[in-house]
Design a protein around this ligand. Structure first.
Ligand code: SF4
Length: 377
């Protein structure tokens, strides 16, 4: 639908911020680990982790990061492999790399202090308009409206905004309206921002909407007009293509597993994984003659634009793969073969080596599968 109803804000809806701030103080979430100190470092860290990831998953990752890197300086000084190892399992790995790049930029360009305004925050790697607004409003009481998926759903319903939110012009228009709803007092900004996030996460949910518990129900357009189930309007749906990939998972007599760093482009860029092939035939053709392999469970993995079926084929401690590497008890020896496509190089990696590098979740799942099977010679 082209038109968007709510412009300007209806007079009765002007009390949105006041009602939300009051509700957040009484009923909002106050026990999230990043709420203890409204310092930009934990707020930023949590905001980046929460992009496309549930609070329940983020909690433990956030605690691990804060324990290992208590400040932005600690994070900036870390090696990328260590950052990515801690990020492993959280998905959307480019976020982890940009997080690290952002920490470095804050140290190099801003002497380790987060800038206070949205424009300079937005200039940093991995900080988009909504994350910038969250940091500026929560930590520095700036009048900046956040606009993530949860918030745009709340506002589209509350204002009766009928524009298609998969189009950027409607996202922009809704953002302009969101700016008009902000509280008058700057000191209410941290509570307001937290409140609108809480409302989207716990009351004005995508499904099972709890309008009966909503602090702004009396002035909500969607509630009054029976549009709660039809707003927000989004016409574009992400189409996922189906793809199969084939991994060769070889372990030596020490239980070390062949792995390498993936290329810096494409999926799981720069992460550690196993040799990968487009087909089972290509995989079998690359494995030295006589080496026995067996199929593991097929893993399904969803990426933003792809639905992957990952076929793992394991070979347990066969000397023909790399006898010298086995004898040297080395965990960093490259195999002589160059028959492993798409990788910068391979090495025998102990389970401890694997734990210290960034690896996609399915790699961890296969490592668990073969670790349980491994019996030392
Ligand atoms: S009344 Fe219902 S639809 Fe309207 S903002 Fe509240 S929870 Fe969302």
């Amino acid at each position: 639908m082209e038109g968007a109803r709510a412009e300007p804000i209806a007079p009765e809806q002007r009390g949105f911020a006041k009602a939300l701030v009051k509700w957040q103080r009484e009923h909002g979430r106050h026990d999230l680990p990043w709420q203890t100190h409204l310092h930009p470092y934990p707020v930023w860290l949590s905001e980046v982790m929460l992009q496309q990831t549930q609070v329940s998953t983020v909690r433990s990752y956030f605690s691990k990061f804060m324990a290992r890197f208590p400040s932005v300086q600690d994070l900036a000084q870390a090696h990328e492999d260590e950052v990515m190892a801690l990020w492993s399992g959280l998905g959307y790995y480019s976020r982890g790399r940009r997080l690290h790049a952002c920490a470095k930029a804050i140290v190099d360009q801003f002497s380790g202090e987060f800038p206070k305004d949205v424009e300079r925050l937005k200039s940093l790697p991995g900080i988009g308009p909504s994350t910038a607004a969250a940091i500026a409003s929560i930590c520095f009481e700036q009048k900046a409206a956040i606009m993530d998926g949860n918030v745009s759903r709340v506002l589209a319903r509350y204002l009766g905004y009928e524009g298609d939110l998969s189009l950027s012009q409607h996202q922009k228009k809704l953002h302009q309206l969101a700016q008009q709803l902000l509280p008058n007092k700057a000191q209410d900004m941290p509570t307001y921002t937290q409140g609108i996030m809480d409302l989207g996460a716990t009351v004005c949910c995508p499904k099972k909407v709890r309008c009966e518990s909503c602090p702004v129900q009396k002035t909500c357009h969607a509630y009054a007009n029976d549009q709660v189930d039809t707003l927000p309007l989004k016409s574009k749906k992400i189409k996922r293509t189906q793809k199969s990939i084939f991994w060769f998972i070889a372990s030596n007599a020490l239980g070390h597993v062949l792995g390498g760093k993936r290329a810096q482009t494409g999926i799981w860029a720069g992460m550690y994984a196993f040799p990968e092939y487009d087909s089972e035939e290509a995989l079998r053709a690359a494995v030295p003659r006589g080496v026995k392999i067996r199929a593991l469970n097929v893993l399904r993995h969803e990426l933003t634009h792809q639905s992957l079926s990952i076929h793992g084929f394991a070979s347990l401690y066969d000397e023909r793969l790399e006898p010298r590497a086995v004898k040297r008890r080395a965990s960093v020896t490259k195999p002589a073969s160059d028959a492993w496509p798409g990788m910068e190089g391979f090495q025998w990696m102990s389970m401890n080596d694997w734990a210290q590098v960034g690896r996609p979740k399915p790699v961890g799942d296969f490592l668990n599968q073969i670790d349980q099977d491994f019996q030392p010679l």
